[in-house]
Design a protein around this ligand. Structure first.
Ligand SMILES: [Zn+2]
Length: 214
């Protein structure tokens, strides 16, 4: 991490822990329901509240009064709905960052291009789909190149963000973009737990098939 002056610290409205600003998301206070709107790019003025983009923190802030304190009034905030709003905004931001990387030609998309970029020392982060084949191999290559691995999207999602069908791996070749994309992906990972899309789907008994479905 570069020493660009002192790191601004913020207190999470949920768990009350103090963290570097980049690890939290800002919510701006608005007059009407839903009273709190995500301000991922910190462009909205006025009062705001900071929270870690994680299930437990959103829930704690709603339950224990962290949001109410910021709002200076008692209103019911639905942490799941708020999590969805934040995730939607982060997804848009991710698309914007990916488009920026493509326009600036600072992203190598696909296995061959990614390998070449790693080999030539241009890589600043490896963006690896959660369902990529031979993930461990890629993780080793990233470690060898000394670059962080960014997760948080499957091949379809990564493809959509990069304007392709499905993408397993991409290399980001710009330091600032790599940092920004990594941060948004980290936040999305934390929030996906928050919005109920867990991986605890009911499992079908082994060896049994539902007939009549193809
Ligand atoms: Zn927290």
């Amino acid at each position: 991490m570069r020493a660009a002056g002192a790191t601004t610290m913020r207190t999470c409205a949920g768990c009350r822990e103090e963290r570097p600003q980049g690890e939290l998301v800002r919510l701006a206070v608005v007059d009407r329901a839903p009273f709190l709107v995500p301000d991922a790019q910190r462009r909205l003025g006025g009062r705001g509240v900071w929270v870690m983009p994680e299930r437990r923190c959103l829930e704690q802030a709603a339950r224990k009064g962290g949001f109410a304190r910021a709002l200076r009034r008692k209103v019911a905030v639905d942490p799941a709905a708020l999590g969805e709003l934040i995730a939607a905004q982060l997804e848009r931001r991710l698309e914007g960052l990916a488009q920026g990387a493509r326009r600036a030609r600072r992203i190598a998309i696909g296995a061959d291009a990614a390998k070449q970029s790693l080999r030539e020392g241009r890589a600043r982060a490896l963006w690896l789909a959660t369902d990529a084949a031979r993930r461990e191999g890629w993780e080793r290559e990233a470690a060898r190149a000394g670059v962080p691995c960014v997760g948080g999207a499957d091949r379809a999602r990564l493809g959509a963000v990069l304007g392709r069908q499905a993408v397993a791996v991409a290399v980001i070749e710009d330091e600032g973009l790599a940092r920004a994309i990594r941060q948004v992906c980290d936040h999305l990972v934390g929030l996906r737990d928050a919005t109920g899309r867990s991986n605890e789907e009911p499992r079908q008994p082994m060896g049994q098939r539902i007939e009549g479905e193809e």
